[in-house]
Design a protein around this ligand. Structure first.
Ligand code: ATP
Length: 361
């Protein structure tokens, strides 16, 4: 499937074969390895990956805090590789907010505009607008030390949005917030992005956060982008073993492609997948909630239940294939009655071919 869906929209940021090597000689370290991505205008684009995979480095290249070792960065079609950060129509929200503690909320928001020597009337109007946008009008006169962490986060956002950058870069901006506030801010950030129409490039290692907010996600590992797609594609059709395992839970099955297009799973039967085999042998990936279980031994491939764990809204049924492979099915508890599965039972399992992905890597 074509995963590059920046589509018909104009490209805001184009990263072209960008590499970043820190250090030299024996201590050289490749933080980014020939990365290319087009981020569309008005897009909420997320860089997702584990610690150290190069997300921040890529963000810093776009911001201009780092220079690529090779490759280039275009903004609205113009090569900005040589422009210093303050000349780029790009702003950054950092993890630690970096607000000025001795200034008021309003002064912090107006700071960037003051630096640009905009007329006072314009600054006042924009500050009022930004205060309203982040719902901080009542607190305009407070010092930063007099507001909560969540409110500081909003001020940091308003300050970064005030000069109306073409692109806003956000480096794990919610990581310091507690869970509930973080969930609220996820919705809030998405609303701000939609209302302002500014392109957001958002860095996170939290897969749920990425799925909740993004138009598209680039999943990174060890300096590479492994897959780019919208949240549904990334979750439902991971193309890569790492992507499958990093985002949500998944069952992985070693299988052999057959000439009829199906995949043989051990000696026990075969499964059809969303696509034909990418090679021999193939790894199949199936989300636990996509597995269909039937009590008894018929109506699918055989398995034996090893554990049943009730979770309120759903029940996780652990089962083993005849070869020993451990599998998990997540079943919705649609009534208050227990599901007809118990440890030790024989079970038959299957999955809709559209829910079976064939992995690379
Ligand atoms: P995290 O989520 O932990 O911030 P990340 O994905 O943002 O991780 P980066 O900060 O981009 O990762 O770092 C990628 C790799 O490059 C890391 O292994 C890091 O140690 C290395 N690195 C980053 N900056 C430098 C530097 N200035 N000199 C040497 N190595 C660096």
């Amino acid at each position: 499937a074509d995963s590059d869906r920046s589509g018909d929209r104009q490209v805001a940021v184009s990263v072209q074969s960008a590499s970043k090597v820190f250090g030299a000689g024996a201590s050289a370290f490749t933080a980014l390895n020939d990365v290319s991505v087009d981020i569309a205008d008005n897009e909420f684009f997320t860089l997702l990956g584990p610690s150290g995979c190069g997300k921040t480095t890529l963000l810093r290249l776009i911001a201009g805090f780092e220079e690529p070792t090779s490759g280039r960065i275009l903004l609205n079609g113009t090569d900005i590789s040589a422009l210093p950060p303050f000349k780029r129509p790009v702003n950054t929200v950092f993890q630690n907010y970096a607000l000025f503690p001795h200034m008021t909320v309003a002064q912090n928001i107006g700071f960037g505009l003051e630096m640009q020597k905009r007329p006072k009337a314009e600054i006042d109007a924009t500050v009022s607008e930004m205060l309203a946008l982040v719902q901080m009008t009542q607190m305009a006169g407070r010092k930063i030390t007099e507001i909560s962490g969540g409110q500081q986060q909003r001020v940091a956002l308003a300050r970064a949005l005030a000069p109306r950058p073409k692109v806003l870069l956000l480096d794990e901006p919610l990581s310091a917030l507690d869970l509930q506030l973080r969930k609220d801010m996820q919705i809030e950030l998405k609303r701000l992005q939609t209302e302002t129409g500014i392109t957001f490039v958002f860095v996170t290692h939290d897969q749920e956060e990425a799925l909740t907010m993004s138009d598209r996600i680039a999943v990174m590992q060890a300096g590479n982008i492994l897959q780019i797609g919208d949240p549904r594609e990334i979750y439902e059709h991971p193309a890569h073993r790492f992507v499958a395992g990093f985002i949500g839970e998944i069952n992985l099955l070693e299988a052999e492609a057959q000439s009829d297009g199906a995949f043989r799973v051990g000696q026990t039967g075969s499964l059809r997948a969303a696509e034909a085999s990418a090679g021999q042998p193939a790894t199949l990936a199936i989300r636990p909630e996509r597995i269909v279980l039937s009590p008894g031994g018929t109506g699918g491939l055989p398995g034996t239940i090893t554990n049943v764990v009730y979770h309120g809204t759903d029940t996780i049924v652990h089962f083993a294939l005849p070869g020993g492979t451990a599998m998990k099915a997540r079943l919705q508890n649609t009534s208050s009655a227990p599901l007809p599965f118990a440890t030790g039972d024989a079970v038959a399992w299957s999955a809709d071919p559209r829910s079976v992905s064939v992995l690379e890597g």
